[in-house]
Design a protein around this ligand. Structure first.
Ligand code: ADP
Ligand code: MG
Length: 627
């Protein structure tokens, strides 16, 4: 028996591939099972067009056999088989993919797809085996053949008596060495696990002898070990089923089976697309946030299948960051099985799928918001912050997608409202969408700065998440209405007489205000008479880009410098008694003005939740007033 050499380039490739392509050796089984399934597909496909062939479903299966003693693992199929020539061309030459050729031949006739287009799958057997023996008999041929190889040094082909059409691949599993154990590939539970993981949705039964503990017949407490043949894979993937056949319970079971989460998903999305690109997907909006969600450890991604075979457990390219909470899977016939991460990133089809999915998630969330507010708010409690991060990040490039999904607490409604709801009930004379930031709804409610806007009857959105104000700055406007902080310098409320009046008072008290500004020196940019205060004596407002809330957040960040400061303005209520006493003091007792100014400023800091620069001085100042 003459030993044949692999073609030179094949030999090198074979050596390289064995060591590099797949980091997880366990996928050899996935490759061989996929080939077996392809081979059965081929016979099935032939039967569709050839009247002399009958496709009897029961006759088609894949069988896994283990012979521990001799370290043999066998993968048997009842597929189309290989002739001598097939064995030569398909297994003798790397990168010559029989499946690809078959696919090309049959391209015109749609409806059947065969996994694997790169033709390196079979050789993965050498990752775990010293010797690979293939017994095969092709459909329509009289003779069977035995192909055998020990790896890179070549292969042999001899005739072999084989009764049934199909292929049997026998792997002589490697001995354990210092670095690796191979025994596991002879263990029933391990093989079962690999099959479940990668090949659960192969369309044909994958059978295996498994031992099971069963109740002894006639006994209700005695067990016995029985060995029986079981079908390991569940065969029909839920995503290939018709939506009308499935209940929400089915979807929930799948969610649990897949360990997507411990919660009950708020919503499932079943997508079947049959267009330029074909794919099925089942996506879930979880109810509860995973415990590590807002940490670095959290990894987003969807399971990716190529025609029922798992090729990646967390494909991150399928999900944008702003929807990173979505769980689920995608299966496409148009993706190759032997695809690497690097190739995947540039895969046009994958990009298309990702784009579709992004759109679909958005529209489903919108309809949830419309049709089931309670559920949406439940979802928003867990993941609203992520949506807001999404608005802010990537320079706001996703704000169009996300703005309608945002909710904020409303001063008027006392509950979460959408921007659309806010804008649609704005009175005609209201120019801006108003918001106020603070630590809690209760604290914002009591902020003096909200007084004028509230008195005007305008709604205010309360921001209590750190990200809120940053996101809104990125958004800039919604339906052509700009956002405005109630603490910003100009509120855009034309109480014109009000305005003139306050300017008048400002002028009248110019000297006093200048003096107070000097007392506070670098702490504030200006001291002004307020038009927004009604009952409170003072408040702080800001000018420019950075608000007080933003200053707090930026300061709290590690490695942040103290240079980031809001340009603060101290506003005083001219109608408050305190202002009258300051005015009086200005004429008679400058030391008292100093004291009052510093007290007022510190009060304003406290109201804002800002730290006092010198608490001891502040308490001393209060004592001075008391004695
Ligand atoms: P691919 O599956 O991507 O084509 P493989 O290296 O996995 O590449 O397989 C090479 C070829 O060998 C297949 O295309 C197929 O023609 C043939 N082949 C492999 N395993 C079988 C099998 N069990 N039955 C029939 N043909 C097979
Ligand atoms: Mg293959």
């Amino acid at each position: 028996m003459a030993k044949k050499q692999f073609k030179a380039e094949s030999k090198r490739l074979l050596e390289m591939m064995i060591n590099s392509i797949y980091s997880q050796k366990e996928i050899f089984l996935r490759e061989l099972i996929s080939n077996a399934s392809d081979a059965i597909d081929k016979i099935y496909y032939k039967a569709l067009t050839d009247d002399t062939l009958r496709f009897d479903k029961d006759h088609y299966f894949i069988k896994i056999e283990v012979d521990k003693e001799n370290r043999l693992l066998t993968i048997k199929d009842t597929g189309i088989g290989m002739s001598k020539e097939d064995l030569e061309t398909n297994l003798g030459t790397i990168a010559k993919s029989g499946s690809l050729a078959f696919k090309k031949e049959n391209e015109a006739k749609d409806g059947h797809d065969i996994i694997g287009q790169f033709g390196v799958g079979f050789y993965s057997a050498f990752m775990v085996a010293d010797v690979v023996t293939v017994y095969s008999k092709a459909l329509g041929s009289e003779e069977g053949y035995k192909w055998e190889s020990k790896g890179a040094d070549g292969y042999s082909i001899v005739p072999f008596d084989k009764e049934e059409v199909g292929t049997e691949i026998v792997l002589k599993i490697k001995e354990n060495n210092e670095d690796e154990t191979f025994d596991e590939y002879l263990e029933e539970y391990r093989l079962k696990g690999i099959i479940k993981k990668y090949s659960d949705f192969i369309r044909y039964p994958i059978k295996m002898q498994v031992s099971d503990r069963k109740l002894k017949e006639g006994s209700d407490n005695e067990f016995e070990e029985v060995i029986e043949e079981q079908t390991i894979n569940s065969m029909v993937p839920i995503w290939r089923k018709n939506k009308s056949e499935l209940s929400s319970e089915d979807y929930e079971n799948f969610y649990n089976e897949k360990h997507f989460g411990f919660d009950k998903p708020i919503k499932h999305i079943h997508i079947s697309v049959d267009g330029a690109i074909r794919y099925n997907a089942i996506l879930y909006i979880p109810e509860k946030m995973p415990f590590d969600y807002y940490t670095k450890e959290f990894e987003k991604g969807l399971e990716l299948y190529s025609n029922g075979v798992l090729i990646m457990e967390k494909c991150s390219d399928l999900l944008p960051d702003h929807f990173s909470f979505v769980k689920g899977m995608v299966d496409s016939e148009d993706l190759s099985l032997n695809i690497s991460r690097e190739i995947l990133q540039h895969d046009k089809q994958l990009k298309l799928i990702a784009k579709n999915i992004n759109k679909k998630i958005k529209s489903e969330l919108l309809s949830l918001l419309k049709d089931d507010r309670e559920k949406y708010e439940e979802f928003y409690k867990s993941f609203g912050r992520q949506l807001k991060y999404g608005v802010y990040s990537d320079f706001g490039s996703n704000k169009e997608t996300l703005q309608d999904l945002l909710l904020f607490y409303s001063s008027k409604e006392k509950k979460l409202v959408s921007l659309d709801e806010y804008v649609s009930r704005m009175p005609e004379d209201q120019k801006y969408i108003y918001y106020a930031s603070g630590e809690s709804y209760e604290r914002i409610e009591r902020l003096p700065q909200t007084e004028l806007v509230s008195d005007k009857g305008y709604e205010i959105l309360y921001f209590i998440d750190e990200i809120d104000e940053f996101a809104i700055r990125m958004l800039m406007n919604y339906k052509e209405k700009d956002f405005k902080s109630v603490s910003s310098g100009d509120l855009g409320i034309d109480a014109d007489d009000n305005k003139e009046q306050s300017e008048e008072i400002n002028n009248e008290n110019k000297d006093l205000l200048e003096y107070m500004k000097k007392v506070l020196s670098s702490k504030v940019k200006d001291v002004r008479v307020s038009k927004r205060l009604k009952s409170h004596p003072v408040c702080l407002t800001t000018e420019g880009e950075i608000s007080i809330e933003m200053e707090k957040i930026l300061k709290a960040m590690p490695n942040n410098n103290d240079n980031v400061k809001a340009d603060k303005v101290l506003e005083i209520n001219p109608n408050h008694e305190v202002f009258q006493s300051i005015k009086k003091a200005f004429e008679t007792d400058k030391a008292k003005v100093d004291l009052f100014t510093s007290l007022l400023y510190n009060q304003a800091l406290l109201i804002e939740g800002l730290p006092l620069e010198d608490p001891v001085e502040f308490t001393n100042d209060i004592c001075k007033v008391m004695v």
